[in-house]
Write a protein that binds this ligand. Structure first.
Ligand code: ATP
Ligand code: MG
Length: 560
């Protein structure tokens, strides 16, 4: 075995890595092959991202290979749009499949194996109704009873199965079942279905097939055909493992092995394609890529980076027991990443005009330097225009402030970030008494970096020059669901948060931002991390708030 293929001993391994290292050490496998097997019946979500990072990550770590295999055995729910989105999501996350394959590639082989099983007297065609079969299966504490079709001869079964395949029977008329053990404590072994009749059009095989394999009959054999060494899936498949092994053993094919880990559960989130599809179809969100969706495409549009999602998957780890992860951890990972890479920009969401009365009346403009990203000096500096008329955030002024309010108030002083200290001398109100403008004076010798004023001010706020600011739309998001576990409700949609989207169309941004491209990422000083949305146009850019600056998680992580 190649020494490069195992980790250094001081690194802690998850249980799957331990198994892999042992398999490589013992020579059971000389290299590893994994796969990510989504059903193309919806867009991938953050739970799938976890599985992608795990399967592709294992292959990378051990110089193995990972396939993308579409589990397209259910023709009625699958669509090309989903097939395309899945591959692009995998690539966006930073992984390239060794091969892109389809379970439907193996329909002929699976059919031939079913014939082999029938010949060996290990499968039979059953015309009982699903209800009858359900009753005959027995219960976990009482054995099942045989169907009257269980002892049909192999020759007769072969002929019947041929007729199933040829489309002689209507949907649901009969099924092919494996003949295993009606008394098995594991209910999955009590003569499971192998094939059902479905006269349906398949997105790849068209109308060729009238019978479609069940998950259990397809999955292990597909793995075996691809010589998958470690077939990683989620815990609910534990009871299926005996069946997975039984088929492989009876067919005498490559011995792929199944290993199960705990699926990713996130609070305040639903993570089932079926439920997410409902949100899309019933118009609760704008589409699969709505920035509030936990889909990979939604997270991408929201401003999540592949790095942040991979880091999240790493921190979540690989558990053997179900648990619920705080969605705050996902946001934490994004903040950490964007703090390092996002350029800082000024934006004012709800502008309040400020007139600097002691600044020259003329159209004088001063250009003040400010850093693009203090975390990354290589990004350099930019110049911001400062002039007599400015905008600040409405929230940064209070006429009657509480104690310890360090922003602007009548008679109070504040520093404009990277500019001057100003003092509010007057507030101008409209007929309704609302403050519409502030009159302030500035302290010329307080310019940032050259401050000789010796004034001490506690508050620092952001601002824009009125003549230079450009209009923008800003979209702020809150959680899509109000309850920690929306799926536990009888109707998960009842816990939808009516305030999950706030559109602010009064926002102003630095003029440089009017030329932003979709997907660009920024920190708007004091407001959070934002990214340019696909709805942007040249007249008005649209920015999504990806995540706020507030960081309750940093403390939690430090504690750990
Ligand atoms: P859903 O119920 O959301 O439709 P699924 O399990 O039916 O999910 P598949 O397309 O069958 O979706 O899943 C492809 C792979 O992704 C499987 O190996 C599955 O175990 C894994 N996967 C799906 N959801 C999660 C999750 N929440 N956490 C980890 N892995 C997941
Ligand atoms: Mg599924």
């Amino acid at each position: 075995m190649n020494a490069e293929n195992t980790s250094s001993s001081n690194e802690s391994l998850n249980f799957i890595e331990e198994i892999i290292e042992e398999d490589l050490r013992s020579g059971r496998h000389s290299s590893i092959q994994t796969r990510f097997p989504p059903e193309p019946n919806g867009y991938l979500h953050i739970g799938h991202a976890k599985s992608i990072c795990l399967n592709f990550g294992l292959a990378q770590k051990y110089n193995g290979k990972c396939n993308l295999r579409y589990d397209d055995t259910n023709p009625t729910k699958e669509e090309q749009e989903y097939v395309d989105s899945i591959l692009s999501d995998v690539r966006w996350l930073g992984f390239e499949p060794d091969q892109v394959l389809y379970a439907s590639d193996y329909f002929q082989q699976l059919y031939e194996w079913a014939v082999q099983l029938i010949r060996a007297g290990k499968a039979y065609v059953d015309f009982s109704t699903p209800e009858e079969i359900g009753v005959m299966k027995g219960t976990p504490t009482t054995p099942g009873t045989p169907s009257k079709f269980r002892e049909t001869s192999p020759e007769e079964n072969l002929a019947l199965f041929e007729r199933m395949k040829n489309g002689d029977f209507p949907d649901g008329h009969c099924v092919l079942r494996a003949k295993i053990d009606l008394a098995a404590p594991n209910m999955h072994l009590r003569d499971p279905y192998l094939y059902r009749i479905k006269h349906a059009h398949h997105h790849r095989t068209g109308d060729k097939w009238n019978i479609y394999p069940m998950y259990d009959w397809a999955h292990g054999q597909c793995d075996s055909i691809e010589r998958i060494t470690h077939s990683v899936c989620t815990l609910e498949f534990i009871p299926h493992r005996a069946l997975y092994d039984w088929f492989i053993e009876k067919l005498g094919i490559f011995p792929s092995k199944q290993y199960e880990f705990a699926r990713l559960n996130l609070n305040y989130t639903v993570m089932s394609k079926r439920k997410l599809l409902q949100l899309v179809q019933e118009g609760y969100v704008s589409g699969w890529d709505d920035p509030r969706m936990p889909t990979i495409s939604g997270l991408r549009r929201r401003g999540f980076t592949p790095e942040s999602i991979r880091e999240f998957a790493k921190r979540v780890g690989v558990a053997k027991r179900e648990n619920i992860i705080d969605v705050g951890l996902l946001e934490f990972c994004l903040r950490e990443d964007l703090n390092k890479r996002a350029l800082r920009r000024f934006a004012v969401l709800r502008p309040l005009k400020v007139v600097i009365t002691n600044y020259p009346e003329t159209n004088e403009v001063e250009w003040l330097e400010t850093e693009n990203n203090p975390e990354d000096p290589e990004t350099g500096k930019r110049s911001l225009p400062f002039s007599r008329e400015l905008y600040i955030e409405q929230d940064d002024f209070m006429e009657n402030p509480p104690p310890k309010y360090f922003r602007l108030s009548p008679g109070g002083m504040v520093r404009l970030k990277s500019a001057y200290i100003i003092k509010c001398t007057e507030c101008v109100k409209d007929d309704n008494g609302a403050v519409v403008e502030l009159r302030c004076t500035y302290v010329p010798e307080s310019r940032s970096g050259q401050d000789t004023s010796e004034l001490k001010v506690k508050g620092v706020i952001h601002w824009l020059s009125a003549a230079h600011a450009k209009p923008a739309e800003v979209r702020l998001y809150e959680r899509l669901f109000q309850l920690e576990d929306p799926a536990a409700e009888d109707d998960f949609k009842k816990s939808l948060n009516p305030n999950s989207l706030e559109v602010i169309d009064t926002a102003l941004v630095e003029s440089a931002l009017s030329e932003t491209l979709v997907g660009d990422l920024f920190q708007f000083t004091r407001l959070g991390y934002f990214c340019t949305d696909t709805d942007s146009n040249t007249e008005k850019p649209v920015f999504n708030r990806s995540v706020t600056l507030k960081d309750a998680w940093a403390k939690e992580v430090k504690k750990q």
